[in-house]
Design a protein around this ligand. Structure first.
Ligand code: F6R
Length: 592
């Protein structure tokens, strides 16, 4: 999604902003722009496409030695990816970058037009610039911004520069914005990674608090009154990542899984963290998006089997608008799962749950993210920075946390013996075994990489894994892939099976082994090519098979999924795809 960096300081403004934008590239975008200011002069340069193109344009066109500037990567939501729609946007003396959506921009715009204000583009962001400009009083700029904010409906993270003023102004609501303190100036960024580790202290900007900063001083205002914000030391936290010699972040991040799992279980396997104990609840609602939702779906089978607690899994984008019936609020827990901790729909579901007085548990990867800050209880997945847009290691860590919740609670409830926890100790070696035996996976990738369509089928927990495997394959390789509960295929979709259609079947749950095999054979009878992904001890006889080591039911998903993450990676590589930054995707989906 869109990325923001504003910098005011004594460093090299142009390169700080461009390098910051490069660090934000992983979030996904399709245009970029920069505004540079020497107080009396300003330059705005934009480009459609990659930041490298903007960098080139800045090199060729910029004449200014700027004192500060703002920059943006835009992921198109409203309006195509064009130069005109790219940020920064200007109206009058105001130039700004904006993340989020202004819901009442049409009404505000019409109102301003009636008052004689001229517009140059169609974006809601220009409306914000025009509104601030309309209220602009050079003697009290904070008050002018405040007046404009009061008119806005929707979400925003804004960094604003004003002609003739040596300050930048930053403010947010429902979109993240962080202030960074470095040795040579101040940053306002949508993601701390944009400061490239230069910000040793940060402030998570509170809603509608305006930060005003030049190269030497920073002041915070709430309702125009000066306030103090809590400054957090982050000098020991690494927000950066490198490929460590791997060709792609995705491969590097898959390869990190055994070590991350091992670190996590060494720290928490026998620890007494009460957040893992859900034995007091009668109903669990798991709310998340995409892969995080698939991790939740996997855990439904574990929590229901081991803890006998009802679990329902929801897509956050649906859940937030549903009419909900909570029969016993005190006995209901809502679990929000999110790598970024900034997914707009998941945050909305969290806030609604809190308004309803229901306890919330966030399972989050990013320290200090909105969900990590706002949930009642938080378990950090400790996967480190995940840079590839397609999640791999963070997903595995989500499943690990959820699996630990299921087993720890089961022991607490007396349904399982405490020795069951010891099984987790084998997990890092089991994943390693899968990753070290990738020849077969590579060979299957080379046989199937040129297909146009495929299906994933499985039952119960295997179905949850199919959901994730199918998503992973389609997002990085652009192969059209559909996931079906194996028994459901023949209720319509089987009409799509024809000679050569590839059907993947995941079969680890022995209780439904024969059933899934029968469903696979129904597709083979219609000309499909079957590929089975199963455990070493399962006797199947298909030409194409991926076998993974046997593991207990609550561990098997974390052993099997890495094999299909690798398959997606190698298929995408064969197809020459932009693996770490697939088209149209964003790492952190901050709009609904
Ligand atoms: C797929 C993927 C997405 C995310 C989803 C939720 O590889 O990464 O489906 O899982 O956008 O994002 P988070 O976990 O940040 O809430």
């Amino acid at each position: 999604m869109c990325g923001i960096i504003g910098y005011n300081g004594k460093g090299n403004v142009k390169s700080i902003l461009i390098d910051g934008l490069k660090a934000l590239e992983y979030r996904g975008y399709d245009s970029a722009g920069i505004a540079l200011s020497s107080i009396n002069d300003k330059e705005i340069i934009k480009s459609v496409g990659r930041v490298a193109k903007l960098e080139e344009k800045v090199k060729n066109e910029s004449k200014l030695t700027p004192k500060f500037g703002i920059a943006h990567t835009r992921w198109a939501t409203n309006g195509a990816s064009t130069l005109n729609n790219a940020h920064p946007h200007t109206n009058g003396k105001i130039t700004l970058v904006h993340n989020g959506i202004i819901e009442n921009s049409d009404v505000l715009k019409n109102d301003l037009i009636k008052k004689g204000v001229k517009f140059y583009g169609d974006t809601d962001s220009e409306v914000v610039a025009a509104l601030i400009n309309y209220y602009l009083d050079d003697n009290d700029i904070v008050d002018s911004i405040n007046k404009a904010l009061k008119m806005l409906k929707g979400s925003y993270a804004l960094v604003i520069m004003i002609d003739g003023d040596n300050n930048l102004y930053a403010v947010r609501k429902d979109s993240p914005l962080i202030i960074g303190y470095s040795d040579n100036g101040y940053y306002a960024v949508s993601d701390i990674s944009a400061t490239l580790g230069n910000a040793k202290k940060i402030v998570y900007l509170d809603v509608n608090v305006i930060a005003k900063f030049n190269s030497d001083t920073i002041t915070y205002y709430r309702d125009c009154k000066e306030i103090k914000e809590k400054v957090i030391d982050v000098s020991n936290i690494s927000f950066e990542s490198s490929k460590d010699g791997y060709e792609h972040f995705m491969l590097k991040e898959i390869m990190e899984e055994p070590k991350l799992v091992s670190n996590f279980i060494n720290k928490y396997l026998y620890s007494d963290n009460s957040f893992y104990d859900i034995s007091n609840y009668k109903r669990i609602d798991i709310v998340a998006c995409g892969s995080a939702m698939h991790a939740g779906l996997t855990s439904k089978y574990l929590i229901e089997k081991y803890d006998k607690i009802e679990v329902n899994v929801y897509m956050a984008s649906e859940y937030r608008y549903e009419d909900k019936i909570y029969l016993d609020k005190d006995k209901t827990l809502i679990i929000l799962i999110s790598q970024s901790g900034e997914t707009a729909d998941t945050i909305a579901a969290l806030r609604e749950a809190k308004e309803n007085g229901i306890k919330t548990l966030g399972i989050v990867n990013r320290e200090g993210s909105t969900i990590a800050r706002e949930a009642d209880y938080v378990i950090m997945t400790e996967a480190g920075v995940e840079t590839a847009v397609a999640t791999t290691k963070a997903y595995i860590m989500q499943v690990l946390v959820l699996s630990l919740i299921a087993i720890k609670t089961s022991i607490k409830l007396g349904f399982s013996d405490k020795n069951l926890l010891d099984e987790f100790k084998k997990l890092p070696h089991l994943i390693e075994a899968v990753l070290n035996n990738s020849d077969n996976i590579k060979s299957i990738a080379s046989k199937i990489y040129n297909i146009d369509n495929c299906f994933f089928i499985g039952r119960l927990i295997d179905y949850a894994m199919c959901m994730e495997a199918s998503l992973k394959l389609k997002e990085v390789s652009y192969i059209h892939s559909e996931c079906y509960a194996a028994g459901e295929l023949k209720h319509g979709t089987i009409s799509l099976i024809e000679k050569g259609t590839t059907v993947f079947a995941i079969i680890t749950d022995k209780s439904v082994l024969d059933k899934t095999i029968s469903n696979l054979k129904e597709t083979l009878a219609r000309g499909a090519r079957g590929i089975v992904i199963t455990c070493d001890d399962t006797d199947t006889d298909f030409d194409l098979e991926i076998k993974v080591p046997n593991a207990p039911y609550f561990i098997e998903p974390m052993v099997l999924i890495p094999s299909l993450q690798l398959l997606s990676y190698y298929v995408a590589k064969e197809r020459g795809c932009d693996i770490d930054k697939p088209r149209n995707l964003a790492k952190s989906v901050t709009v609904e």
